[in-house]
Design a protein around this ligand. Structure first.
Ligand SMILES: Cc1cc2nc3c(=O)[nH]c(=O)nc-3n(C[C@H](O)[C@H](O)[C@H](O)COP(=O)(O)OP(=O)(O)OC[C@H]3O[C@@H](n4cnc5c(N)ncnc54)[C@H](O)[C@@H]3O)c2cc1C
Length: 467
């Protein structure tokens, strides 16, 4: 049993919680920050037995109200670090609250790395996998595909060890599960030998990128580009393994990345906010300023880019074959509607997988993301682009804004009802559901959950998924 002092440190009255973009905030009644997995299990079980509600927070980098709660907020801050490393089998077990940057550094010390990452490294490992966070590269799945086993704490306070061998159904449901099945106390990841990457970026015409798309995707480990609306130009990024040593001449690149890219871009974004009509001209100036740079570094350092300028974002996964057609429509609608947007459209490519709620489930995928500077209206822009995504069988990134709810999502995810069945069995009283998740998953009340547990999934449509 934890003594009184530990319990006092673990549980406290909550202040306000806000996500990174400022789109979500809440005032939890209690914040729980356990210092061990046992303490975590006891605390979750106690909340469950009391008929209360609990949401678990990662680093708050999701744009949707997944973490929102007015009851208990579980923070994983003290559950961080590597607990075991099996060099022979390439497996590493980490506590759920481990931030990606810390994980990358700790893995490098052991001569290994995650095979792929997204473009920032401040998320926790479990926050990242729970929403299907991805990077780019057609030979890599999203981050959840790196997971070999999971430790899940359920609403009853039980600790389940999940893997493809031990409980394949619950494992496939839990790999991307929005914190709706329970708390991921730890994760075992498959890792690869540490690698150095060479990153090259240059300005290239969008027609050329579309023309050479398959070639660029096939010839580069990681290929992505950012197209600037109102221009023919994009920033193309090519990243590949190299034997070269990290270049210490990276000072210029660092200056470019941190000061110029973020500072100038912030100034441009402020100009766009104060005078929205200038947005097309600002896009042209940004495209004009795309520099050709090269950098070499260990993989986890190179994937991550500083994001000092805050924004709102919507990102969808489309079947890879629809990418060019969807992009053409996006170009047309932006030119026609003259949206006041100065952020580029981000395009990435990911291998299909077999995780029930992964947006890349059973399809090689393209991801297209649109952004809007903080403080500028985004709804009409996002709505117009989302309408295009809908016509191309789009599945939203779970952590980014979208307006889908259960009725539509059920048609996009072949294993949707199986996920609901597992959820209802693990958490029949909805301890881990907030209002947003109830709408998203179509879980009305406990009776509905009980019927889902017996295999009759139901779906309700309703309010938008965006905050
Ligand atoms: C600037 C920026 C850049 C981004 N770049 C990318 C990118 O390159 N690629 C990409 O795909 N996405 C990207 N994202 C989105 C981001 O990766 C996801 O939203 C991710 O889920 C955020 O992780 P987090 O640790 O902040 O988790 P949070 O946002 O705090 O939580 C996300 C979800 O995970 C759940 N969760 C957290 N911890 C646990 C746990 N221990 N057990 C169970 N559930 C848990 C939460 O309840 C919630 O449902 C970006 C977001 C921002 C703001």
């Amino acid at each position: 049993m934890a003594d009184a002092t530990t319990q006092a440190k673990t549980r406290r009255r909550g202040g306000r919680w806000r996500n990174w973009s400022g789109s979500v905030s809440c005032a939890p009644r209690e914040v729980i920050a356990p210092r061990s997995v046992d303490e975590l299990a006891r605390a979750v079980g106690a909340v469950g037995r009391a008929g209360r509600r609990l949401r678990v927070a990662g680093s708050g980098h999701s744009f949707t109200p997944l973490v929102q709660t007015d009851d208990a907020l579980l923070r994983m801050d003290h559950l961080s670090g590597i607990t075991s490393f099996d060099a022979e089998r390439g497996l590493v077990t980490v506590l759920g609250g481990t931030p990606l940057k810390l994980l990358g550094d700790a893995l490098l010390e052991r001569g290994v790395a995650q095979e792929n990452l997204g473009d920032i490294d401040v998320q926790t490992i479990t926050g990242a996998i729970s929403t299907g966070t991805h990077g780019t590269g057609v030979r890599f799945g999203n981050l959840a595909t790196q997971v070999a086993a999971l430790t899940l704490v359920t609403a009853a306070g039980e600790t389940l060890e999940l893997s493809p061998e031990r409980d394949p159904e619950t494992f496939k449901a839990a790999q991307v599960s929005l914190g709706a099945l329970g708390v991921l106390a730890s994760v075992t990841l498959r890792v690869v030998p540490a690698k150095r990457l060479r990153y090259q970026t240059r300005r290239e015409r969008i027609e050329s990128l579309i023309e050479h798309l398959e070639q660029y995707k096939a010839e580069n480990s990681h290929f992505e580009f950012f197209w600037f609306p109102y221009t023919q130009w994009a920033q193309a990024k090519f990243t590949n393994e190299t034997d070269a040593q990290p270049a210490s001449a990276n000072l210029w690149t660092e200056f470019n990345r941190v000061v110029l890219e973020n500072g100038v871009f912030w100034a441009f974004s402020e100009a766009s906010r104060l005078a929205p009509a200038l947005s097309p001209a600002i896009c042209k100036a940004s495209a004009w300023g795309i520099a050709s740079t090269t950098a070499v570094d260990y993989s986890h350092r190179l994937y991550a880019t500083p994001r000092e300028v805050r924004f709102q974002e919507m990102e969808y996964n489309l079947p890879a074959q629809h990418f060019a057609a969807a992009m053409a429509e996006i170009e047309q609608v932006i030119s026609r509607e003259r949206f006041a947007v100065n952020f580029p459209v981000e395009c990435r490519f990911v291998k299909g997988d077999d995780i029930w709620l992964s947006p890349a489930y059973q399809r090689d995928s393209a991801y297209i993301a649109v952004h809007m500077y903080q403080g500028m209206p985004y709804r009409t822009y996002f709505d117009a682009i989302e309408e295009i995504f809908q016509r191309y069988e789009g599945r939203p990134h779970w952590g980014k804004m979208h307006t889908l709810t259960a009725v539509t999502l059920a048609t996009r995810y072949p294993r949707w009802n199986d996920f609901l069945r597992v959820r209802a069995a693990l958490d029949p009283h909805g301890v881990f559901l907030n209002d947003y998740l109830r709408r998203l998953l179509g879980v009305g009340d406990v009776a509905t959950a009980a019927s889902q547990a017996s295999g009759q999934a139901s779906a309700v449509d309703g309010a938008t998924g965006a905050p």
